[in-house]
Design a protein around this ligand. Structure first.
Ligand code: ADP
Ligand code: MG
Length: 636
């Protein structure tokens, strides 16, 4: 008999164990879900090895999971006849943390100072969760490979564990003996364990016995005909798969024969599971070959923008004995992905037309990432039909419209679909570039997220109407649109006399001189009705939002040169004109020019430092109030 060696847990593992041991997590029963899922993984692995011809010990042995209770001595034993572990495996697998989910868990607990009790269930802390109920754990394992030696592992979960190789063979697979803590005796009741298994491990494809009685009797749902399956069964399956407490927003059960045979059971969760607005690695469907699990969360079977989907794909056309790498290259997978994508997009379309309320929920929860589908050129039209935007016709930022609805509302003679970007509805509503379209009563889509413009650029047009940024619209572009001019609150100003007109040119020249290289030109605007000034992009190519994004990506913090447009009918312009004609050198003119320019910069999001704008506005307020009191006292 070899000597037991004592090892220390890796630092992170120790940290995780401390969190688990000291947590007051109420849902401790998940430890059993974790152990059963490990056992099931181990059984999948041995079946996989066997199917590809690897020589294994006890090849005739049943693939099963057994749970046995010894109430008197407070032991539970969870045994499987799976792949097992040798000494090196057990040290690597149970002494260190290699798993990204666990790392994410630790990161969340430490960085966000989150209460671990809130997230243990969500992340699942794997094998270590056993220490929520165990005083001591003893593992005996026999690897399926003939040349490996059996091994015994023992730990109390505090700092260290012991390992030793065994001379006596305990039989293929792994036996986990758990000595139950004081206060966790409920887990020594067979009925309690059975109900936990039905809750969490119902669909495990291997039989699970508790004290000799088979507990899980539900087969792989996705392989059954959908006409035999009730809504509750789907819901149960969904909850098992996702640990969600709510049912799914949508269930998609498909069985396809060509161009590749597969069945799939997919769900759209009612809430997004994406952390930080991206699925990173955490998306994909569980891929089975004839009920044998090949890979969990296989990403290649769906495009990333459909990463909100949860579920299972099972194909008999895939060869079982493929290595994971060649599966990845398999064109069959690509065909499954293409077929599933079409199915899901048409299901979404159906949902949008028949259950608009649910589609709105879908859009709110998953829309942000779904928009990344703009790269899927093959499905561009279907994708465009599913897009939603807030728009000028709405009363609040929460409402959404489809492009079809926009087109249905278009004015006669309108040849383009207009949009304007900004950080919020308020920001867009105060954007001077909205004024021209508003005056014509033309609808504008409001884009709040940087990705939105990429989406519209990639989609290009809808029903042959190209998308156009509101800031690139010139007054002449709208001349064919049949629309009564809308009443706006702009003040009526008398026409400029010929003399005043000349004066205005001089004033604009002077403003350009003062601003110098900061602008390419100062000119009169025909687009403005309420604002005194705005900046216009000279090249007309990119919208200011897009340009800003490019600047950010290129780490360029220079301010692009733009055209400053001045509203000749604004009362400020008229007053400046009056000042200019009595004294062209009046310092107020420079102050006002700077203020107009910086305010316009602020509106395009380029103002690097608002301090001078603020200081100048205080100056001007002081001046204004002084003039006001002077004027008042002069009147008395
Ligand atoms: P995960 O299952 O997510 O990898 P766990 O902490 O649950 O994380 O398990 C860690 C590793 O220990 C597993 O990946 C597996 O390699 C090994 N393991 C755990 N239980 C068993 C078992 N019953 N049979 C074989 N290997 C196991
Ligand atoms: Mg596990």
């Amino acid at each position: 008999m070899s000597q037991a060696e004592t090892h220390e847990f890796q630092a992170e593992t120790q940290r995780l164990l401390n969190i688990i041991i000291h947590s007051i997590y109420t849902n401790r029963e998940i430890f059993l879900r974790e152990l059963i899922s490990n056992a099931s993984d181990a059984l999948d692995k041995v079946r996989f090895e066997q199917s590809r011809g690897t020589e294994i010990v006890e090849p005739e042995r049943d693939l099963e999971i057994r749970i046995d209770l010894d109430k008197t001595n407070r032991w539970i034993t969870v045994s499987d006849t799976g792949i097992g572990m040798n000494k090196r495996d057990i040290v690597a697998n149970l002494g260190t943390i290699a798993q990204s989910g666990t790392e994410e868990f630790l990161k969340k607990v430490t960085e966000n100072n989150e209460n671990p009790d809130n997230i243990i269930g969500r992340f699942g802390v794997g094998f270590y969760s056993v220490f929520m109920v165990a005083e001591e754990v003893v593992i005996e394992s026999r690897s399926a490979l003939p040349e490996d030696k059996p091994v015994k592992w023992r730990s109390k979960g505090m700092g260290e564990y012991e390992v030793e190789e065994l001379d006596q063979d305990p039989g293929r697979g792994t036996k986990i003996h758990i000595r139950i803590q004081d206060g966790a005796q409920e887990f020594l009741e067979a009925d309690r364990l059975k109900s936990i298994i039905r809750n969490h491990s119902n669909f495990i494809s291997f039989p699970i016995y508790v004290d000799g009685e088979k507990v899980n009797t539900v087969p792989a749902l996705w392989k059954q005909s959908k006409f035999q399956i009730g809504q509750e069964q789907y819901e149960e399956f969904y909850k098992f798969l996702t640990y969600d407490s709510q049912g799914p927003l949508e269930t998609i059960h498909v069985s396809v024969d060509a161009p590749v045979q597969f069945s799939a059971l997919l769900f759209i969760p009612p809430k997004t599971t994406a952390l930080h607005d991206t699925y990173t690695e955490d998306y994909g469907l569980d891929l089975y070959v004839n009920r044998v699990l090949i890979q969990r969360q296989k990403q290649e079977v769906i495009p990333q923008y459909l990463g909100f989907l949860k579920g299972v794909v099972d194909s008999e056309d895939l060869p079982l004995n493929l290595s994971r790498e060649s599966v990845q290259e398999n064109t069959l997978i690509q065909k499954i992905s293409t077929t599933l994508t079409k199915q899901v997009l048409s299901r979404l379309q159906e949902m949008a037309s028949k259950r608009p309320q649910d589609y709105t929920t879908f859009w709110r929860e998953h829309g942000k990432l779904f928009k990344l589908g703009y790269t899927d050129f093959g499905n561009r039209d279907k994708f465009a039909d599913l897009l939603r935007f807030n728009a000028s016709v709405h009363d609040s930022a929460e409402e959404i419209t489809s492009l079809q609805e926009y087109v249905d509302r278009m004015k006669s003679g309108q040849k383009e679909i207009y949009y304007l970007s900004g950080s919020s509805r308020e920001a867009i509503l105060s954007n001077p570039h909205l004024e021209l379209l508003k005056k014509k009563g033309v609808e504008v889509l409001f884009l709040y997220e940087p990705v939105d413009e990429f989406v519209l650029q990639a989609v290009g047009s809808y029903r042959e109407y190209p998308f156009k940024a509101a800031e690139h619209v010139n007054p002449g572009d709208l001349k064919d649109i049949a629309a009564e001019e809308q009443e706006t609150e702009s003040e009526e100003q008398p026409e400029l006399s010929q003399e005043e007109d000349k004066q205005l040119d001089e004033l604009l020249n002077r403003m350009k001189q003062h601003l110098g290289d900061k602008v390419t030109e100062v000119r009169r605007s025909q687009r403005l009705s309420q604002s005194p000034a705005c900046l216009v992009n000279p090249d007309g190519g990119m919208s200011s939002q897009m340009q800003k994004l490019m600047h950010m990506m290129q780490k360029d913090d220079s301010i692009p040169q733009q055209i400053l447009e001045i509203n000749p009918d604004h009362s400020l312009t008229r007053n400046m004109l009056a000042i200019h004609s009595s004294n062209p050198r009046d310092p107020f003119l420079d102050k006002a020019t700077d203020q107009l320019f910086e305010a316009a910069l602020l509106q395009t999001g380029y103002l690097p430092d608002p301090h001078s704008l603020v200081t100048r506005s205080f100056d001007i307020l002081a001046d204004a109030s002084r003039w006001y009191t002077q004027a008042n006292s002069a009147q008395e």
